[in-house]
Design a binder for this molecule. Sequence first.
Ligand SMILES: Cc1cc2nc3c(=O)[nH]c(=O)nc-3n(C[C@H](O)[C@H](O)[C@H](O)COP(=O)(O)OP(=O)(O)OC[C@H]3O[C@@H](n4cnc5c(N)ncnc54)[C@H](O)[C@@H]3O)c2cc1C
Length: 1016
Amino acid sequence: MSRDALHAEFRRLHRAPEPDVVRPLLPAARLGPEREAVLARAAGLLAEIRAAESDGWVNRFLNRYRLNSSEGRALLGLAEAFLRVPDRETADRLIRDKLGEGDWGAEGASESLLVNSATWGLVVTRALVREEGGALKRLIARAGEPFVRTAVGAAMRLMAQLFVMGRSIDEALKRADAADYRDFTASFDMLGEAARTRADADRYAVAYAQALEAVGTGGNPRGHSISVKLSALHPRYETAHAATVVPYLVERVGALAERGAALGVPVTIDAEEQDRLMLSLQIIEGIAQRPALRGWDGLGMAIQAYGKRARPLVDWADMLGRETGRRVQVRLVKGAYWDSEIKRTQEAGLSGYPLFTRKAATDVAYLACARAMLAADHIHPAFASHNALTVATIAEWAGASRDFEFQRLHGMGEGLYERMVREEGFRCRLYAPVGGHRDLLAYLVRRLLENGANSSFVHQLADTSVSQAELLADPVERIEAVGGSAHPAIKLPKDIFPGRVNSSGLDLQDGAELARLTTAVGRALSQPHRAAPIVGGMAMAGSAQPVRNPARPDLVVGEALTASPADVSRALALAEAASAGWSATPVATRAACLERLADRLEADRDGLIALLQAEAGKTLADALADVREAVDFCRYYAVEARRLFEPQLLPGPTGEANSLRLEGRGVFATIAPWNFPLAIFLGQTVAALVAGNAVVAKPAPQTPLVAARAVAHAHAAGVPADVLHLLPGGGAVGAMLVADRRVAGVAFTGSTGTARAIARSLLADDGRPLVPLIAETGGLNAMIVDSTALPEQVVADVITSAFRSAGQRCSALRLLLVQREVAGPILEMLEGAMDMLMVGDPADPATDVGPVIDAAAQARLNAYLAGPAGRIRHQLHVPASGWFVPPTLIELDRLEDLTEEWFGPILHVATWEAQELEQLVERINASGYGLTMGLHSRIAATAATVERLARVGNLYVNRAMIGAVVGAQPFGGEGLSGTGPKAGGPHYLPRFAVERAVSIDTTSSGGNASLLSIAD
Ligand SMILES: Cc1cc2nc3c(=O)[nH]c(=O)nc-3n(C[C@H](O)[C@H](O)[C@H](O)COP(=O)(O)OP(=O)(O)OC[C@H]3O[C@@H](n4cnc5c(N)ncnc54)[C@H](O)[C@@H]3O)c2cc1C
């Protein structure tokens, strides 16, 4: 196949239905006459693994502690976090937290932490060093908390030592020469998380370069290699940054490879997330074509069989080898990120998964790829697996050939490969992690998860209830038995919510999609846009004001007309007249309007994104999120309305019929902010509509164009023209609305001050009925970080929470509270990550932070930054023109120094002491705001404490604190942050309705016939 044909095939397969991808792979994966030999070999391997003295530490661990047991989870949690905790207080709390759970083994559970710890220490030590009664046990026996802490630390270090090949490359090389390893070559992996900062990336580059030099010393007689992760070498290894990242990584990794070629050390590029696959191919191709590397056989890449594009990737690698005069080293793996890939795809609402959902499908793909690799002329195959059946199949297929290698992870598969290597002359390479204890842990957890999953071979091997026949079941037969269908438990992203279709997303990591979207956005903006008051379906006249693009105020996006007092009055009159009829319309009819509206929004997604970008200064990702949320609101409230608005019969004494029903209140005014011009504007409006109200909707003065387009869609979807009216304008229009006695309810999102003013107006002592106000206002949202948190994860979530949407979300992080002991390194990493943010025009897909909404917001925020707020710790540069505010990190002495919500890309930071967690939460509560709060901690008891004490509407643990999903994270605050109920939650719609109960005495017309007719 040509390069173009292969790329077309990648596109076709990427999210294709699973049967379409896996079925064509079956013939190549099928066993023929060799079946008996394969099964015999596999059974032999199993026997050997089970008999082996050293079947690998992971196997032992999994044997002892199933990952789905509380002990397994607790140990995993402890292993992941313990060694990075610098302070005793938190370390002890972590130990108590983790070892307090579960049944610690043969000696039985104990009330005593000490005995639990001792049992645990013993078990782990025994598993690790295979000796009993070691120093660790004696140490624990003498006990006391410091001893336990020391013991746990020692056990963790032991564990780490077994799992890494060495703390440094020199140590690892020395170990690779030891007797245990003499039969294996190694590929050294310099451990670490993906780089978040330029400094991280530089550090990893140095580590790789040093590893090359060390391995290459003396001509690399053992033939070791190194493995490189591209994500470690650039903090923005993402499609939107392809224009800079690809040449940069071609240069950086190309230079490493050239050095590798000079020293005789092969370099393999690991496979990472599916999102990054196409980018990685561009980079690998760029490196392979460097003149100095042409013909060098040491360049390698990994292919993940769980990816739907795996099979043509083999052809791609072969083609690359042919074109560049080499055999490409191809390492075939099953893939390490299965769980996170599935989650990410669901979150992004994409049309299908890029990987298989059945383990057997991955096995089939693996075998099909393996067969193709063995037959390819320009591939030097490496098969990485710990699965006896997979390995046996390949060994049989290979026959007498030894022109390939197997690979295994250090600490795993020792028993599996021992005899094959020693007696049959197969070659096997170890994937050998190198690094300090701290860096090991994330790696370790990934390995344990991927191999500890129920479906994994290593897990099943450890499970004595799994028979040999099950372990060696033919994946081809398994797939045939289900027709290649996807796993029923893993629903497509559109189907994850019961009763409604999830909003569909766009794959912003797909270069072709990005290019298409950029063109579509440009086209949509070339048309004129206009927002006029829409009253009774008619556009009203008036004087027009230009609407400007916040990133380029010289660009006029369209024009907007302000509603006049006459427009307001007429809209209210029409709405009032229409409301009873609309309330009497069957709820199913109203709900269907919302569902049609959702479909229309999705059909017009490109146009809406274009307007959201140009009018509200939103980045592509933020504009897409706004559209998706609006769609979700429509569909969610439609489902909710059907559930809630059918009359309910209520129980009571015999002889009466009791019922309760919800009905519209009359006319609702919805007053929306500019930060979600579509989602919040429409969310409030459709909730009021589906509850049976007529609505007068006032968008923010900054974003009338998006609102006008939304209202046009609503009318086209069937909402009657006299039921929904659009009244663009500023505060004066809002004031007219809320002061009018015809308004029976108000839904408002905006500042606390305006909410108060509305509340006062609604309480006017003029005989007006008591009118409900549903208000969502701002917050002083804090995130608490303790010393067990993973810094890389904290930094990523802080960047998202504080700077995405240029900080213009009510949920945005305003106040980062980091435990003192870890503040230094976390803030340093945060500053480095801030430096990698692109601030600019959101029309560029690479932009992370766009402008603020208007010149007034810019002036207010800049005045704050120029004032005595606190010490500016870090600040970015912004474009000179446009309404930009520099992303800024401000250090405060005390958290109480932040008294006001600054609605922009400004993050405050303060520190706290480990023993003050409870007081800290109370101090945050004392601000009176209660919208969102974040917590990063690995201690479940800490999360429970914060959950118990925090007076906030939305608490987010170990994740970013923005991006609430409709129906999954109902959103809204308390105290100064809002009245509730929560948008996108089950209690929202009833607040828009009146409740009417009817009780009928059914005996009044001649006795209790139903009672009398009961048979005896
Ligand atoms: C030397 C070496 C290098 C490696 N390099 C990489 C790399 O660059 N990139 C990378 O991603 N991984 C890499 N890995 C990790 C590798 O992907 C895992 O070790 C491997 O998946 C385990 O497969 P197995 O054949 O040993 O076990 P098996 O138990 O046979 O397979 C387990 C695997 O099956 C897949 N799987 C599990 N459940 C499902 C499901 N429901 N649907 C579909 N598939 C499922 C997953 O990939 C899981 O890891 C490497 C491994 C080795 C040994």
